[in-house]
Design a protein around this ligand. Structure first.
Ligand SMILES: [Mg+2]
Length: 115
């Protein structure tokens, strides 16, 4: 578990530096090669764990932290989630930038047609 934490923290640092999604996804792929392989179920559980941490952060900090502190904490948890998402995308050979762009186009077309 400690290794996973280190991977996630390093990934968050890279994402916060403004790395392109495609580059970040490739970094995740290369970095995971250094770790003991895990199965897809475990990767999904990691992602759900991180989503739970994000939800817990929102629940526990509502009204108790200033907005700047909350933003830093939320960035960390969302960074963790991005790393998990990149891991799952890599498993299935999905390019996250292309997936995002296709989804963006779908939403833009939906807006053109009106809701
Ligand atoms: Mg986390």
């Amino acid at each position: 578990m400690l290794k996973k934490r280190q991977i996630l923290c390093d990934g968050v640092k890279l994402l916060l530096l403004g790395m392109r999604l495609k580059t970040a996804q490739r970094w995740v792929k290369d970095d995971w090669k250094k770790s003991k392989p895990v199965d897809e179920k475990t990767e999904i559980l990691f992602m759900l764990e991180e989503l739970g941490e994000f939800a817990e952060m929102i629940r526990k900090t509502e009204g108790h932290k200033n907005r700047k502190e909350l933003k830093v904490d939320l960035e960390k948890e969302l960074g963790d989630l991005l790393i998990c998402l990149a891991t799952l995308a890599n498993r299935h050979g999905v390019d996250l930038e292309q997936a995002f762009l296709k989804c963006k186009k779908k939403i833009e077309n939906r807006h053109k047609q009106g809701f």
